[in-house]
Ligand binder design. Structure first.
Ligand code: PRT
Ligand code: ZN
Length: 225
C-alpha cells in the first residue's frame, strides 16, 4: 500500500452506502478520482487514500488497525464486534460520529397469516438471519430460546422455502417483507452509517487531518438542519 503518512479511509465499494460515503468526503472538500474497478483511490488535494471494499470487511480493517478510518453501517460493525468478542478477542475502535444516511432497522418478521402476540411466541422457532450475533443478543435479553439459520442473502425467502419459521433481516421501506408475504413484528436494532477510527493513535499530522474532516462533517450536517 502507499506511503504511511497518508490517511487511509475504508468505504463500501458498491452498495447502499457507497454513493453517500463518496458524497460525504466530497462535501468535506476531498477531491477523489474514483476509477470504478479500482480497490484504491487517491485524493488529489489531501494526503488521503480511499480503500474500496465490501462493507463486511470494514470493521475488521479498523479493529486490526489496517486502515485509519471507516464508514460503515452500525449493524455490520456491531455484528462483527460481537462475533469477535464471542471468539474471545478484544475489540477496540473509536466511534467518531453517527452519519445522516444508511438508516434501517433489523427486525423480526413472520409469515403474514401467523398469529403473533409477543416475542415469547418465537420460543424454539428457527429464525433465518445474516445477523446471528445481534439476534442472539436480543433473544437472550428477552429470555427466548431459538434456533438459528444463517443465510447471507435471500433471507426473506427462507420461510416460504421451508428453511425457517421466521426471519430477522434489515428493513427500510418494508416493501421486501410485503412482497414476500411477511409481517414485521419486532424491531430489534436501529442502524445508521457511522464513521469509526482505529484504536491505535495516529500521527499528529493524521489526527489533525481527521479533526479537520470531522469539523467539516459537523458543519455540513448543521447546515442541513
Ligand atoms: O457487497 P457488500 O457486501 O459491500 O454489500 P451488501 O450487499 O452486504 O450491503 P448493502 O449495500 O445491501 O447494504 C449496506 C448497508 O446499508 C447495510 O449493512 C445497512 O447498514 C444499510 N441499509 C440501509 C440496508 C438497507 N437500508 C436495506 N434496506 N441494507 C440492506 N437493505 C436490504 C435488506 O436486507 C432487504 O433485503 O433491503 C431489503 C429491504 O429493503 P426494503 O426497503 O424493501 O424494506
Ligand atoms: Zn456486505
Amino acid at each position: 500500500m502507499s506511503d504511511n503518512n497518508r490517511l487511509r479511509i475504508a468505504m463500501q465499494k458498491s452498495g447502499r452506502l457507497s454513493k453517500e460515503s463518496q458524497e460525504l468526503l466530497a462535501q468535506c472538500g476531498v477531491k477523489i478520482n474514483l476509477q470504478e474497478q479500482r480497490l484504491l483511490a487517491y485524493a488529489e488535494n489531501m494526503p488521503i487514500d480511499i480503500l474500496r471494499v465490501r462493507d463486511d470487511d470494514i470493521p475488521g480493517l479498523i479493529f486490526d488497525g489496517v486502515v485509519d478510518l471507516g464508514i460503515i453501517g452500525e449493524n455490520v460493525l456491531e455484528e462483527e464486534e460481537l462475533s469477535r468478542t464471542a471468539a474471545g478477542e478484544q475489540v477496540n475502535y473509536q466511534m467518531l460520529r453517527r452519519l445522516d444516511f444508511g438508516g434501517c432497522r433489523l427486525s423480526l418478521a413472520l409469515p403474514r397469516d401467523l398469529a403473533y402476540q409477543g416475542v415469547q411466541d418465537l420460543q424454539n422457532c428457527r429464525i433465518a438471519t445474516s445477523y446471528p450475533q445481534l439476534l442472539k443478543r436480543y433473544m437472550s435479553q428477552q429470555g427466548v430460546r431459538f434456533k438459528s439459520c444463517l443465510l447471507n442473502g435471500s433471507v426473506e425467502v427462507a420461510p416460504r422455502a421451508g428453511l425457517a419459521d421466521a426471519i430477522c433481516d434489515l428493513v427500510s421501506s418494508g416493501a421486501t417483507l410485503e412482497a414476500n408475504g411477511l409481517r414485521e413484528v419486532e424491531v430489534i436494532y436501529r442502524s445508521k452509517a457511522c464513521l469509526i477510527q482505529r484504536a491505535a493513535p495516529l500521527s499528529a499530522e493524521k489526527q489533525a487531518l481527521v479533526d479537520r474532516l470531522l469539523t467539516r462533517i459537523q458543519g455540513v450536517s448543521q447546515a442541513r438542519e
